[in-house]
Design a protein around this ligand. Structure first.
Ligand code: 13P
Ligand code: SF4
Length: 322
């Protein structure tokens, strides 16, 4: 049975690789995707890396192995290309927490504020924003805004609180959280640290302040990989979605990675994003074969959502070339 499953997986992967060549398609995958998907992807990365790849690809078709807002961002950047998402229902609790009509009403109370939105939001919310950020460039984006300028930050209140502390700015926060990163258990993490006293704790900034308080390093998924790669330490407790552990173990085989435990008991004693895990190799194959489901966006909405994404990419390029 295990051999059969392995063969099925191998054949699917072979077919996916053949189809993507035949169709001049590129597969962009987030680190939270299942290992079999990461292995057939042309690029695996964090939200910033993925949007930079989407902005520069020469492929005719972009298959986004991630969640809806990521594929939608790729479509905003590439209106003439076909952008496919293996499961259109793959959403995001953060994006869901911030609906455009509510956000529009909220912003009426802050007419003088610059609106910075985390990339984990819908195109409609992006269209109401002045600049987008990801966890990898959020500090640079906030620091690029003049000190006297008040700021609204949406939709992640944990990331927002972390940024306020890190930049010394007083941010008005939208009340949203990621259901995965907000669910790490402080008590279980302290217990784990007791068992592994020399382990370094790496935490994603979407996590609650109590978890961030125990971090030796805070950063985006790519930054976490950079940190564990450059650290001399051997053991790491990783507080983000468990999919990243596949890449960590692959890249750093001499190190030990322990997933930070969630409050609820679940099958893997780790944290998995149910939306990211909606994509499977089978769905990826079907979507590439039938070129569906496809992301569609109305022209005017796309134009309005594009400006704050371009602003983010240009601030990031500038601050990284300095
Ligand atoms: P990054 O990979 O950009 O750090 O984002 C994490 C995340 O939760 C994506 O949904
Ligand atoms: Fe959204 Fe959280 Fe899942 Fe990322 S991990 S897609 S922020 S629900």
């Amino acid at each position: 049975m295990i051999a059969e499953t392995h063969l099925l997986k191998h054949n699917l992967q072979k077919e996916i690789v053949r189809l993507k060549k035949e169709k001049n398609a590129v597969i962009l995958a987030h680190y939270y995707q299942e290992p079999g998907i990461q292995d057939v992807a042309d690029f695996v990365g964090d939200s910033l890396g993925l949007s930079q790849q989407a902005a520069s690809t020469k492929a005719d078709i972009i298959v986004f192995a991630g969640v809806h807002f990521m594929a939608e961002t790729a479509k905003i950047l590439n209106p003439s290309k076909k952008v496919l998402l293996p499961d259109l229902e793959a959403g995001c609790s953060l994006a869901e927490s911030c609906q455009e009509p509510d956000f529009k009403r909220f912003l009426k109370s802050y007419p003088e504020h610059v609106v910075v939105s985390y990339i984990n939001c819908s195109a409609a919310v992006k269209a109401l924003s002045d600049v987008i950020c990801t966890s990898a460039n959020a500090v640079d984006i906030i620091n690029a805004i003049p000190k006297e300028q008040p700021i609204v930050f949406a939709p992640d209140k944990n990331l927002g609180a972390y940024l306020a502390k890190k930049t010394g700015r007083d941010l008005v926060l939208w009340d949203g959280v990621c259901e995965v990163h907000d669910a790490f258990s402080l008590a279980k993490l302290l217990g784990l640290l007791n068992q592994h006293p020399s382990a370094k704790v790496v935490v994603h900034p979407e996590s609650d302040a109590s978890i961030l308080g125990l971090a030796d390093f805070v950063g985006s998924t790519s930054a976490m990989l950079g940190y564990v790669g450059s650290s001399k330490e051997k053991e790491f407790i990783v507080a983000t979605e468990a999919g990243i552990l596949y890449q960590m173990k692959k890249d750093f085989q001499d190190k030990i990675f322990i997933p930070a435990p969630a409050k609820q008991n679940n099958s893997c004693a780790c944290s998995e994003c149910p939306y990211m895990k909606m994509n499977t190799l089978e769905k990826l194959y079907d979507c590439l074969k039938h070129e569906s489901p496809e992301i569609k966006l109305e022209h005017q909405l796309r134009e309005r959502a594009l400006a704050p994404i371009h602003k983010m990419l240009s601030i990031t390029n500038k601050s990284r070339s300095n």
